[in-house]
Design a protein around this ligand. Sequence first.
Ligand code: GTP
Ligand code: MG
Length: 385
Amino acid sequence: MVRCSCSFLRKYGNFMDNLRLFTKGGAGGMGYPRLGGEGGKGGDVWIVAKKRVNLKQIKDKYPQKRFVAGDGANSRISALKGEKGLDCEISAPVGIIVTDERGQIIGELNKEDDKILIAQGGLGGNLLSNFLPSKGQKRIIHLDLKLIADIGLVGFPNAGKSSLLSKISHAKPDIADYAFTTIRPQLGKIMYNDLKQVSVADLPGLIEGAHLNKGMGHKFLKHIERTKQLLFVVDITGFQLSSKTKFRSAFETVILLTKELELYKEDLMMKPSLLAVNKMDLPDAKDKFSELVKQLQNPKDFSHLFGKDEIPGKNMEFQHIIPISAQTGEGIEELKNCLRISLDEQSNQEKEKFSEKQLLNLRNSNLLYSDLSSKYANVEITEFH
Ligand SMILES: Nc1nc2c(ncn2[C@@H]2O[C@H](COP(=O)(O)OP(=O)(O)OP(=O)(O)O)[C@@H](O)[C@H]2O)c(=O)[nH]1
Ligand SMILES: [Mg+2]
């Protein structure tokens, strides 16, 4: 069952995170054999990052999804060197990875005005080519959008990720008591009293075997590649997808989520992470929470709960573990504070690293300078008369 609320449609309607386009550089112009004239080069196709563009707009504006640059002009008596064909520029959102048909990365658009050459125009006819022009390069490309957010929510279905997002931000995601309520990534913003904003991306739930394309698969994990930190959200009462699948405790869901992240991309494990243990309003939650903390402190003692290939190579080291209830609001302020502390720490560390690097560069250049000055200290300067 796929349901969409009105506000969802207004805000995120037809959210697209990938698009396939046909591109072709312009053909070169004809040379002029009798006078040795050279045809103009065909125009190139470029892709350029623009802030207020989304993939849906590209698709609506260019339903054929064809982008062809202009042909180079033929060489004429009045203009022996033919003019270059017009370039074609495709405006695309920031945060795009461009790949070719074989999945090879052509480039990334990480900030506004980043530009990538996609298809080159053909050369104009000239002496070497017997004055015959060449055709433009044809290329089918895939644009893949990765959301940029400070925090990415990771969890099994039904853990309460969307409930949490709606509690900490103004976002109004769908919330329901069945798995896979969220079918597209959604963004919300936490506003702090000092006006600092932290963006949070809510992603469709993951299940064990996502790497084998089970559930929604790993399809949406690309969006957390660009987030600064991860917030694991688990249901303290555990998770069971259906009566045919195994019941998993909160501890097991943490380990299995970790494994899925590792299988998707080991680098993700390097991101600072926090753990929100949700639904603390339910009966026996406090006892279960103490048990979970114990298990997380000594995960090896509980490896018998898992199959051999379900155990991650490395466990997540959570900066904070916060018990919350997205329903009653318990622990939500604490969670917001922890997220802020963790993000501030990360940005301070980055700043420190940056200034250390600058200091090192400065020292190196000073060393070079003193090296040079001692080398030339004894050189007599002869005046030129
Ligand atoms: N008792 C209790 N129920 C909660 C809490 N948080 C969420 N729920 C309920 O849990 C169910 C799932 O919540 P969602 O926010 O849709 O969960 P989700 O993680 O976004 O689920 P998917 O989108 O399917 O991945 C809903 O029925 C919520 O009302 C909580 O703190 N306590
Ligand atoms: Mg959801």
